[in-house]
Design a protein around this ligand. Structure first.
Ligand SMILES: Nc1ncnc2c1ncn2[C@@H]1O[C@H](COP(=O)(O)OP(=O)(O)OP(=O)(O)O)[C@@H](O)[C@H]1O
Ligand SMILES: Nc1nc2c(c(=O)[nH]1)N=C(CO)CN2
Length: 184
């Protein structure tokens, strides 16, 4: 059984990227955040703006809404990944072609400063430094004390200057935390 906050284990900060380009994209992003925050061992602490982004990779598909959230968690990296994969299933993600359209995609970008390369999980996320749709929202929420802060900031600026990927701020989230988002 998963441990719960009552046991006072140290929490870890992790960063999760969300993307959607099918269905009611904003509602799907919000629902995913709500379900993550409902998990007893995950607390959503910061929420980036929502960005509309041109599809990268397989380009003949609708534009995405992308964002990044910071969470505090008692779960291990693999446990957190499994929660994410379960939510993708629950929210109706059907896997077709790689990098193709999806109702919701949840990628684990960073888990504290952990580096690992397992069959199931690579951290930091292996493609995050190349993707404006990840770097720009990540920069909104990444703690200044994180060892990769400067690298992410520089890469985010470079990706915007390069203008290879279309990315526009679609909605400023006035909420900076889940409690503001849900009005609780
Ligand atoms: N950091 C990570 N975050 C999420 N999944 C990861 C990570 N590292 C490895 N994986 C593995 O990648 C598998 C496929 O992920 P997914 O289908 O979301 O890829 P994708 O979104 O199509 O492409 P990309 O990984 O480039 O975003 C997952 O089942 C998971 O086991
Ligand atoms: N703009 C954008 N492009 C993508 C995205 C995404 O979230 N946003 N996700 C992909 C597979 O992870 C492939 N391409």
């Amino acid at each position: 059984m998963a441990e719960s906050y009552e046991h006072n284990q140290p929490e870890t900060e992790a960063y999760i990227a969300l993307g959607s380009n099918m269905g009611d994209r904003e509602e799907l992003l919000q629902e995913a955040i709500r379900l993550l925050d409902d998990h007893p061992d995950i607390r959503v602490t910061r929420v980036s703006g929502i960005y509309e982004t041109d599809p990268v990779g397989y380009t003949d598909q609708p534009s995405f809404l992308n964002m990044v959230i910071a969470v505090q968690t008692l779960l291990t990296p693999v446990q957190l990944l499994h929660v994410q994969l379960g939510l993708e299933k629950r929210l109706g993600r059907i896997r077709h072609e790689r990098w193709g359209p999806r109702t919701i995609d949840l990628d684990l970008l960073l888990y504290d400063n952990v580096r690992m390369d397992h069959e199931e999980l690579t951290l930091p996320h292996p493609r995050m430094m190349e993707r404006a749709f990840v770097l720009v929202p990540l920069h909104d929420v990444l703690a200044e004390t994180h060892p990769l802060h400067r690298e992410v900031q520089e890469a985010a600026h470079a990706s915007l200057q390069g203008r290879k990927e279309g990315i526009t701020l679609w909605k400023t989230t006035n909420w900076r935390s889940a409690s503001e988002l849900f009005g609780s």
